[in-house]
Design a protein around this ligand. Structure first.
Ligand code: ATP
Ligand code: MG
Length: 488
């Protein structure tokens, strides 16, 4: 029976070049699976009986930098990143996984069936012969795709024993495809989850990112928790399970984090916002205290920032993402009651989280709110808060934006560099954060002279005070207001 799958011309051409030279060629793996489901593939893979050297000889632009035989064939005529490089891999046979993660030996196979036998799931073990429009499907992957089932090729415990990453791939694919995991495969995941200890953090991170970027990440994370896989992504996430909160929250910490994350996915927010939503209350289990007949979580954002930094470091996330997520978690508790908040508090908040991240912080906060099951913020309040942010974004919020700098201070005070410069700058900034109209050369120069006249101990004390204030005024204001209303 002929089947016609919509293959882009770039991939078709590569297949033709191989077959014209007398080799076999098949589109294979996730790309065929996605086409059969009716989804756009995220990458294209071909498999062939040509060796890496033979593949390289056929195409003008290739690269080959691995031990698995995969040759990247580059199409120079397209800018589409998905089609730019198509991976062409010789039929492979693998044997002897003594470390649960990579084959001891990779051999080239003679038939496409041999290659399909080493693939992880039936839905991923389908090959498509473009020239004859024929499907090779020895494990009835098409049936499983119809049923929406993830099932290993062969005995699940053997296949997970060879490469434990397949456990996480099963969980991840259940989320990206919205498929169920077949019963025996599920049991084998529970029995073998501990093998994930052997898998590199980088590979775990990559699957975790795919989960977080999927349309319904909570599906895979909830499944990970139930199958005993979550602790290998992060034991910290596990701690929120079953942790009850106060009256304002209908959900446990874990449920709340999942709901917040799903909201960021629904909104198609970028990775750092999604990860921040998933981790924003990560320290609640650590900081929970029973006080005045309810649970309190004082300081969970401060502890949480430290925890998330460690978790993401451990998973080898790039520094840029770690920095952003840490800041978003640290500042997610900002006070936003527009009736009571002052512009200077908003200014300090923007300074803390940085102008680059201020709108992302608002998105994390929105997700936090939706994640509690409460209705959205009333639009007029939100608009008012946004207007306040926009207003303060024009104001100076860092020492760099002051009308006098360190060198000016040295000249004015006829001194060399030293700690006094930093203290003076912090004091000036503190005043300007309070009232941006004070950011004039005249006012600040006069202030520098006054401060320089103080004994060093006094200046140091005022400088430290100003630094603290610049950093956590928002929080103190919150405490004051909370005290007034008897809330926490
Ligand atoms: P995605 O949609 O994320 O690309 P995918 O299944 O295509 O999912 P890839 O990493 O692109 O994942 O792998 C391509 C194909 O290689 C898979 O469909 C599968 O056939 C095979 N494969 C990938 N990883 C493994 C593994 N760990 N064990 C066995 N086969 C694997
Ligand atoms: Mg793929």
């Amino acid at each position: 029976m002929k089947t016609t799958l919509p293959i882009p011309s770039e991939v078709e051409e590569i297949s033709h070049t191989l077959t014209k030279a007398g080799f076999e060629a098949f589109v294979v793996g996730g790309s065929v699976r996605d086409l059969l489901i009716g989804k756009a593939p995220t990458d294209w893979d071909l498999t062939t009986n040509a060796t890496p050297e033979q593949i390289q000889a056929l195409f003008p632009h290739t690269f080959y930098e691995n031990t698995y035989g995969t040759v990247g064939v580059v199409s120079d005529d397209t800018e589409d990143p998905i089609l730019k490089t198509v991976e062409v891999t010789p039929y492979r046979i693998e044997s002897g996984y003594s470390d649960f993660r990579r084959p001891d030996k990779v051999e080239w196979g003679n038939t496409v069936e041999q290659d399909l036998a080493r693939r992880d799931f039936t839905m991923n073990a389908i090959a498509y012969d473009l020239e004859n429009q024929a499907i090779v499907d020895p494990y009835e992957g098409q049936e499983d795709i119809k049923k929406g089932l993830i099932k290993t090729v062969g005995k699940p415990e053997e296949r997970f024993g060879e490469d434990a990453l397949r456990i996480l791939r099963a969980v991840r694919l259940s989320s990206t495809l919205n498929f169920a995991i077949e019963a025996e495969t599920q049991q084998a995941i529970i029995d073998n989850a501990i093998l994930l200890e052997n898998i590199s953090k980088e590979r775990i991170r990559d699957e975790f990112i795919k989960i977080v970027m999927s349309p319904n990440p909570s599906v895979a994370l909830d499944l990970s928790a139930r199958l005993g896989v979550l602790q290998y992504i992060s034991p910290e996430l596990l701690k929120g399970i079953g942790i009850e909160q106060n009256q304002a929250h209908a959900y446990t910490v874990w449920e709340h984090l999942l709901r917040s994350l799903d909201h960021t996915a629904k909104k198609n927010f970028p990775l750092h916002v999604r990860v921040a939503a998933l981790f924003h209350d990560i320290a609640k289990p650590h900081t929970r205290k029973w006080l005045n007949n309810q649970w309190t979580f004082y300081g969970h954002e401060v502890v949480g920032a430290k925890i998330v930094k460690n978790v993401l470091n451990d998973l080898k996330f790039p520094k840029d993402i770690i920095d952003k997520v840490t800041k978003l978690v640290r500042w997610h508790m900002f006070f936003s009651d527009t009736e009571e908040i002052s512009l200077s508090a908003v200014r300090r908040m923007v300074r803390n989280v940085t102008p680059e991240l201020i709108w992302d912080l608002m998105d994390v906060r929105g997700a936090d709110r939706i994640g509690t099951g409460r209705p959205k913020e009333a639009p007029y309040r939100l608009r008012k808060y946004h207007a306040m942010i926009e207003e303060v974004m024009r104001d100076p919020i860092s020492v760099k934006q002051l009308k006098v700098n360190g060198e000016d201070i040295m000249k004015l005070t006829d001194t060399k560099g030293g700690p006094h410069i930093g203290f003076i700058l912090e004091i000036l900034l503190s005043e300007v954060l309070e009232d941006p109209s004070l950011n004039t050369k005249e006012y600040l120069e006069q202030k520098v002279r006054e401060l320089h006249a103080l004994p060093f101990e006094k200046l140091s004390e005022l400088g430290k005070e100003a630094r603290n204030k610049n950093e956590d005024e928002d929080e103190r204001e919150v405490e004051k207001i909370k005290g007034k209303h008897g809330v926490q």
